[in-house]
Design a protein around this ligand. Structure first.
Ligand code: SAM
Ligand code: SF4
Length: 323
């Protein structure tokens, strides 16, 4: 099992399939997609070798992300490849939901286990203001369809924005009342490109936590291998609400994930200067060499990000390596 010098073990890979995106989220790509890397994205054989090597090193869960992963025409093949690798137990994906209604059935057939859909507002006009797309109704229909088709795990991601959704907690609570979905508020993170926006819009998740507790929600005890989210539940609500608070103390203590970009760069953290290409090792079957590369690289992983000191590393926006 991959382990760093702080005894953290890494069983979760977040694999970005593309930097491209068709949304213009104001905190991520406000001017749309400016990257020119579509032609050089990891190929199917490279993805297979990468995932095989990670699985041999103890990875059990893969999350496909981006950019917008559903823009890849070969997405279903990628899902099946990941699912078929021995040792991989869960194939998950994070999407903006643009292609959800059209494609969920084929993603499930290909073996997708879990899905996170980004929904920053339940109000269509606010949703359009944040994402640049008038697609809320269609995305919500896609979410209903995913539930009907029996997706094993479904979560909604909502980036917490002072101006747009800080007062919307009651609407979100209503949304999860009769739906078996978990909605997670993600605190806005500063990146190289969003400094001014961050200064205007960042809101601590603690405020939401206090509102939840006051409304009778209880904090769940975390499993040993749980991610960084704090989860809350309420006896009269079928779904749950979670909080991801990257600025909170000890956020990185349980880090269990590594990231690979769509160009085959290994990122040890979302907010680091440290990234190394491993693509040259994916040109033939040599999983042991990939594992050695991973284990050596991991010795340089820092104990924590330095976001509180405004150090955002090489990350201009999260579409570069997936959130
Ligand atoms: N395009 C897909 C989507 O939006 O779901 C996947 C990639 S996106 C980078 C992954 C997640 O990161 C989304 O839930 C998005 O809202 C979140 N995200 C992007 N930029 C962020 C930021 N600066 N702070 C917090 N979350 C962010
Ligand atoms: Fe695209 Fe996702 Fe970034 Fe929004 S958050 S611009 S959907 S990559």
């Amino acid at each position: 099992m991959l382990q760093d010098q702080f005894s953290r073990r890494f069983s979760y890979l977040r694999l970005s399939l593309t930097e491209s995106c068709n949304f213009r989220c104001s905190y991520c790509l406000p001017n749309g997609n400016e990257c020119h890397t579509r032609s050089n994205e990891l190929t199917l054989p490279e993805i297979k070798r990468l995932v095989t090597a990670f699985a041999m090193a103890g990875t059990r869960k893969i999350r496909l992300t981006g950019g917008e992963p559903s823009l890849r025409r070969d997405l279903c093949e990628i899902i099946s490849i990941c699912k078929e690798v021995p040792g991989i137990e869960t194939v998950a994906m994070t999407t903006n939901g643009y292609r959800l209604k059209r494609d969920i059935s084929s993603w499930l057939d290909a073996g997708l286990d879990a899905l996170n859909v980004s929904v920053d507002s339940l109000d269509p006009a606010t949703f359009e203001l944040i994402t640049g797309q008038d697609k809320l109704a269609e995305i919500l229909e896609g979410i209903e369809l995913a539930t009907e088709l029996g997706i094993k795990k479904l979560k909604l991601n909502t980036v917490l924005l002072r101006q747009h959704n800080s007062g919307a907690l009651p609407d979100f609570m209503d949304f999860v009342k009769h739906r078996a979905v978990t909605l997670r508020f993600i605190e806005l993170m500063q990146t190289g490109d969003n400094n001014a926006f961050f200064a205007r819009q960042h809101l601590s998740g603690d405020q939401i936590k206090q509102q939840l507790l006051a409304a009778g929600w209880l904090q769940a005890v975390k499993d040993k291998d749980a991610g960084p989210a704090q989860e809350f539940y309420h006896s009269s609500h079928q779904g749950g609400i979670g909080l991801i608070m990257p600025y909170s103390k000890d956020f990185c203590a349980d880090c269990n994930r590594l990231r690979v970009s769509s160009l085959g760069e290994l990122y040890l953290c979302l907010f680091t200067e440290q990234h190394r290409s491993l693509r040259h090792l994916l040109q033939q079957d040599q999983p042991l060499k990939v594992q050695q590369f991973l284990q050596q690289s991991l010795q340089f992983k820092s104990s924590s990000h330095q976001l509180s000191e405004q150090k955002t590393g090489a990350t201009r926006h999260l579409a570069m390596i997936g959130g």
